[in-house]
Design a protein around this ligand. Structure first.
Ligand code: GRF
Length: 200
C-alpha cells in the first residue's frame, strides 16, 4: 500500500513507519512526506530515507482554502492508499476531505473523546486522570473527532511532567501506529457509522 505521511515536527512517528516499511512483509511504502513548514526534523528523516518531500506553508497562500487545495493536490498526486497525519499541526479543510477523507488517519496523544486539541497530554495531567493514551482515528471535519480505529492506554505517574507523560504516550503511540497502519495497509478497513473494522 502507498502511504503519504504529513508531519509538522520531530517526526518520530514518521520514523517508526519508515523503519516498519523496510520489512517487505509489512505491506506498505511511504511514497512521500509532506509538511506545513520547512526545516523540521521530520523532513530530514524522510530525506535520509530517500523519500520525496513537499512543503505547503499556510503563509505562502492568500487564503486557507488555497492552502488546503494546494496541499490536497500534492497529496493526491502521489495516489495514496492511506494518508497518515503524524504530528501534523493543521486542520485539513473541505477540499482535502472531499478528495481524501475516509482514507486519512490522524494520531492524537489522548484517549478520545477526552482532551481534543493541541494540548492533550497537558490537559490530561491537569485534569488528574490516572490513565491516558493515544488514539488513531479517521479524520473528519471536526477537531480530533473522527471514527476511532485504535487506542492504546498508558498510566499517568504522580511525578509526571507534561514532557515525561507525552514521551510515555509517544512510545505507545508509535507501536499503535505501526501495528494499525500495517493492518490497514494489508487488510483494508470498513467504516460503519462510528465503528471502524479492520480487514476487508
Ligand atoms: C505526537 O504525539 C502526535 O500525536 C502529536 O504530536 C506528536 C508528534 O510527535 N500531535 P512526532 O513529530 O511524531 O515525534
Amino acid at each position: 500500500a502507498r502511504l503519504v505521511v504529513l508531519v509538522s515536527g520531530a517526526g518520530t512517528n514518521l520514523q517508526a513507519l519508515l523503519d516498519a516499511c523496510r520489512d517487505p512483509e509489512y505491506g506498505a511504502a511511504v511514497v512521500a512526506v509532506g509538511a506545513d513548514r520547512a526545516g523540521i526534523e521530520g523532513l530530514a528523516r524522510a530525506e535520509r530515507a530517500g523519500v520525496p518531500t513537499f512543503v505547503h506553508a499556510l503563509k505562502d497562500h492568500e487564503t486557507r482554502e488555497d492552502w488546503d487545495a494546494a496541499l490536497t493536490a500534492t497529496v493526491a498526486s502521489y495516489e495514496p492508499d492511506l494518508v497518515v497525519l503524524a504530528g501534523f499541526m493543521k486542520l485539513v479543510g473541505a477540499s482535502y476531505l472531499s478528495a481524501l477523507g475516509g482514507r486519512t488517519v490522524n494520531t492524537h496523544p489522548a484517549l478520545s473523546p477526552s482532551f481534543p486539541g493541541m494540548r492533550g497530554p497537558q490537559d490530561a495531567l491537569e485534569y488528574g486522570v490516572k490513565v491516558t493514551g493515544c488514539t488513531l482515528f479517521i479524520v473528519d471535519d471536526g477537531v480530533d473527532s473522527g471514527a476511532i480505529v485504535a487506542q492504546s492506554a498508558v498510566p499517568v505517574e504522580d511525578d509526571d511532567s507534561v514532557e515525561s507523560l507525552h514521551e510515555r504516550i509517544k512510545v505507545a503511540e508509535r507501536a499503535m501506529l505501526v501495528d494499525t497502519v500495517g493492518r490497514m495497509a494489508r487488510d483494508g478497513w470498513t467504516v460503519d457509522g462510528r465503528r471502524v473494522r479492520l480487514g476487508g
